[in-house]
Design a protein around this ligand. Structure first.
Ligand code: ATP
Length: 253
């Protein structure tokens, strides 16, 4: 079996098509690469308690649309914004992510938030990847609309928009006008909207893309609730994740 090459700065340089140069921040939305020398990394954070098919399907659609070299699934070690009483230990959530993505070449699991001490703040995660890769990386922070509309409560949230693009997964019930108002009021009054690309451009050159994903009405909460009621979770999570949950008897009442 071919082992997936580890993403390291050395590997990036070794890949023949990569030449170190200054990043071009405006990227093509339609999948054509305008930045062939830059590693495009999608960062998909979440509690993943457990990871489910909604996460995985959106990861694929975003990877393809943005021509990302990798999408990193990054389980939160200590979520700053969520209740933790029913949170499985980090190692099990990471294991389920690994089982879920095994064999899919564009996905990788990252334990970076376990390595960073204390609560898992996205600003630290973004700085970590920027520090490792420097100007050779373009980061795409993948986030659900619900979570995005609370981003102004996150630590040093203004700085997030100076490190990464955002891909906001569009879900029903949110209107463009609402998001526009949020971005102008909470993030920057200088945001400009490009309707054709469903993209807001920040004055500093980074973009917030509104990206319509295939809507799958699945949530980790629902999976935990089904388990508590002793009902099946099949076809909501990958089979290997289901097996793991059943063998370990996770989320049972
Ligand atoms: P919980 O029900 O425990 O709150 P969740 O299902 O929302 O969990 P998280 O791990 O908190 O999962 O989510 C990580 C990211 O995935 C968030 O940005 C969230 O908005 C997004 N997300 C959650 N469910 C879906 C889904 N069905 N499709 C696409 N994105 C999703």
């Amino acid at each position: 079996m071919r082992r997936e090459a580890k993403i390291t700065p050395q590997n990036i340089v070794r890949r023949s098509s990569f030449v170190v140069q200054q990043p071009i921040l405006i990227s093509d939305f339609n999948g054509k690469r305008q930045t062939p020398n830059i590693l495009r990394l999608g960062l998909f954070g979440g509690t993943f308690n457990p990871i489910h098919l909604g996460h995985l399907r959106s990861g694929i659609e975003i990877q393809e649309a943005f021509s990302l070299d990798k999408v990193l699934f990054i389980p939160t070690a200590i979520p700053p914004h969520k209740q933790t009483w029913n949170l499985l230990p980090f190692a099990h959530r990471l294991k389920m992510v690994r089982l879920a993505i095994a064999g899919y070449p564009f996905f990788k699991a990252s334990d970076v938030e376990k390595k960073i001490k204390g609560k898992s703040y996205s600003i630290q995660t973004l700085r970590f990847f920027k520090k490792i890769y420097g100007p050779r990386v373009e980061l795409y922070f993948i986030i659900g609309m619900d979570a995005f509309l609370e981003i102004n409560t996150w630590k040093e949230y203004g700085d997030l928009f100076a490190l990464s693009h955002f891909v906001v997964m569009d879900r029903p019930g949110y209107r463009k006008a609402q998001i526009k108002q949020f971005l102008l009021q909470k993030i920057s009054p200088g945001m400009i909207y490009y309707p054709k690309e469903k993209r807001f451009l920040h004055p500093n050159g980074f973009s917030v893309y509104l990206f319509p994903i295939t809507l799958m009405d699945i949530s980790s909460t629902r999976i935990r609730t089904l388990r508590q009621k002793n009902k099946s979770i099949r076809y909501l999570v990958p089979e290997k994740v289901e097996d793991y949950i059943l063998v370990k008897n996770f989320y049972a009442s």
